[in-house]
Design a binder for this molecule. Structure first.
Ligand code: BF8
Ligand code: SF4
Length: 645
């Protein structure tokens, strides 16, 4: 069914109780106004291109088109049940699915590797320093690195080298697996989903799916779990740990979200992508007096940095930098006509930004050899010269302010206050008062567990993932969240889902007024918003640790907890990797977009039921957000009943 059909949606009754929230209808009105102006500027956006792509290929959508070798492409049809080599629908869909998981794992893990290299070159007088020594020391202790009497930068180098070795070590399993509960570790070992080196699982996945290899869908699904694990318990976890060490573990802080954070009288610079090594420098450069003075000399009131996508999540959690929006808002940000420069690093960047920037005075700057885009200004970012390069780019953005055409500027007023920055350390701090200053003290989740046992909280949901034009952008995120909050379900969120929540106002403390009585009481007692911002998509690794630590404190297996994951609008290969490691970790995952395997009944059965026999968890797929929310609530209640609570 096509969920973009608005008429099919019934209004959520809780909306009326929260007049200060921003609705999807308001966001759509802003987008429509921007679009109107876009037509005047001759700009096209994703919805035009989506229209020109209709009808989309049903073979591709069902996962039964194979072009892995040049005998193909082969399509499975009623009259052709096998490709030229004899691969059937299950093999073709399974191989495609594993390739998506491997690509997603590669993206997150390569990002983690970049950060490990940055940590390796950190120095007390360089561009990058160690900001969270305690976290570094904890990791050093975990990995058996000597710290006594050593310079902290020597320790950082050795730790980063061990981290980098995790990518290609010839023997053994990933070190971070030992952070999981004993039960999980044993299960992973028993079922063959413990990853070896990160790169090895990615290479093995490509090898398995090349022409003439694995045709057994069960083996392809099992490897999907394993390569996903190499991401969540490997590359992503590395990215998160090393980012915290370099730039500080986030703490709760106030910010704002939505296009209204762009400023009419200021130089607006947008940072977009995922790798914080570059955007951190842009933020610091914009804070220098030299550039602030320069901005004033050009008639601007100052320099306003705003974020898009996961880069926004990274810099908002550590600096309070305001968030302009999520994935399907990237073009809208440029359509305001008020952006002097957009600097991107890697992942989730529309190549369309080049043409769109050309309709305005906006400078579109790409900075990574991983994401080269025709029509952009390419400034290859190097950690050694990071600050210098950031200063130069911000200077150019300021210089571009005078080229802004006031007649093309329209900044929607919509913005919402949000409190962001809830990594596990902050959650523990809020719950337990533990400061985590001692390297061994993790603190306890007992207050949260007691609330769940008592039924004050029914459970928790990790809301994650992208926007996808196959459904109404942000609608599923926001409406599912409202439904869960109304039913006393606490939410942790990351990626574009976190930004949807922030744009709607669900990350403000006032959002407690749409919650059920139990969750409202918890929010009031602890002083938290009901949707906790845990960071970027690599930070879903934080969520994996969170559930394992809760399971440990509770004394049950992860699969027994009334805690599930939900990606209602996912689109990226990275989301396939994530969904696989979340399921491998024992957490049911509710998807609002169908994985591209439905041309194979066997694959559909394997990802929804088959994995339950391996990991105890699987997907629940429903493209109707109301039904998906109801399924989540039912799933949580079933877990509670099984626990006897
Ligand atoms: O890594 S949620 S659209 S921005 S892939 Fe991309 Fe999806 Fe957003 Fe962050 Ni994650
Ligand atoms: Fe066709 Fe087999 Fe080649 Fe795929 S691998 S394109 S099914 S011949």
């Amino acid at each position: 069914m096509d969920n973009s059909a608005k008429a099919n949606m019934t209004p959520n009754p809780t909306s009326n109780l929260a007049p200060n929230l921003t609705t999807v209808e308001q966001m759509e009105a802003d987008a429509a106004k921007l679009k109107e102006l876009a037509c005047a500027a001759c700009a096209e956006t994703w919805d035009d291109r989506r229209a020109s792509q209709q009808p989309q290929c049903v073979f591709g959508e069902s996962g039964i088109c194979c072009r892995i070798c040049s005998m193909g492409p082969c399509r499975i049809t009623k009259k052709a049940s096998r490709g030229i080599c004899g691969a059937d629908a299950h093999a073709i869909a399974g191989r495609h699915y594993l390739r998506m998981a491997a690509a997603g794992s590669a993206a997150h893990s390569d990002h983690g590797r970049e950060i490990a290299h940055v940590l390796h070159m950190a120095s007390p007088d360089g561009n990058y320093r160690v900001r969270d020594e305690q976290k570094l020391l904890r990791l050093a202790a975990e990995w058996g690195v000597e710290t006594e009497g050593r310079d902290i930068y020597d320790v950082a180098r050795e730790v980063s080298e061990i981290g980098l070795a995790e990518y290609g070590k010839p023997f053994g399993k990933l070190r971070f697996l030992s952070r999981a509960t004993k039960e999980r570790q044993e299960l992973w070992e028993r079922t063959g989903v413990s990853p070896r080196a990160i790169d090895r699982e990615i290479a093995a996945s490509l090898h398995m799916t090349t022409m003439g290899n694995t045709a057994d869908p069960e083996a392809l699904v099992r490897q999907s779990l394993r390569v996903g694990m190499a991401d969540g318990w490997g590359g992503s976890m590395m990215g998160t740990e090393f980012t915290d060490i370099l730039f500080g573990t986030p703490t709760a802080r106030a910010t704002e979200s939505n296009l209204g954070v762009l400023e009419k009288d200021m130089v607006n610079i947008i940072v977009h992508g995922h790798d914080p090594a570059f955007s951190e420098m842009v933020v610091l450069a914009a804070e220098t007096k030299e550039l602030a003075d320069y901005a004033r000399s050009k008639g601007a009131k100052g320099i306003n940095i705003a974020g898009l996508c996961c880069t926004a999540n990274e810099v908002t959690m550590r600096h309070g930098v305001r968030m302009a929006g999520n994935f399907l808002q990237q073009e809208n940000a440029l359509l305001t006509g008020a952006v002097e420069m957009i600097c991107v690093d890697v992942q989730c960047i529309f190549p369309a930004l080049a043409a769109l920037a050309g309709c305005f005075h906006t400078k579109f700057v790409t900075t990574s050899p991983i994401a080269r885009i025709p029509g952009s200004i390419y400034v290859e970012f190097r950690p050694e010269t990071a600050m210098e390069q950031a200063m130069q780019l911000v200077r150019e953005a300021v210089g571009n302010f005078e080229n802004r055409d006031a007649a093309k500027v329209f900044i929607p007023a919509s913005k919402q206050a949000a409190v962001v920055g809830y990594p596990n350390e902050q959650i523990i701090r809020e719950l337990d008062g533990v400061t985590n200053s001692h390297v061994d003290a993790r603190g306890s989740y007992a207050p949260a567990i007691d609330s769940i046992k008592a039924g004050v909280l029914r459970g928790a949901v990790a809301m994650v993932g992208c926007n996808n034009p196959k459904v109404r952008p942000d609608y599923s995120h926001i409406e599912i969240m409202k439904e869960l909050l109304g039913n006393d379900v606490l939410i942790v969120a990351s990626g574009c889902s976190a930004q949807a929540a922030a744009k709607a106002g669900l990350m403000s403390r006032e959002a407690r007024f749409i919650c059920g009585a139990g969750l409202r009481r918890v929010c009031e007692l602890v002083g938290i918003p009901p949707v906790l911002h845990m960071g970027a998509c690599v930070d879903i690794s934080r969520m994996m640790l969170l559930v394992n630590e809760i399971a440990d404190d509770w004394g049950v297996d992860v699969t027994q907890l009334p805690i599930v994951g939900c990606a209602p609008e996912w689109m990226s290969e990275k989301a396939v990797a994530i969904a696989n490691y979340v399921v491998a970790t024992g957490i049911d995952t509710y998807l609002g977009i169908e994985p591209q395997v439905k041309g194979s009944e066997r694959m559909m059965e394997l990802i929804t039921e088959g994995t339950r026999k391996i990991t105890g968890a699987g997907y629940v797929i429903n493209t109707d957000p109301r039904e998906l929310a109801a399924a989540i609530l039912a799933g949580i209640e079933a877990k509670r009943a099984a626990l006897g609570i």
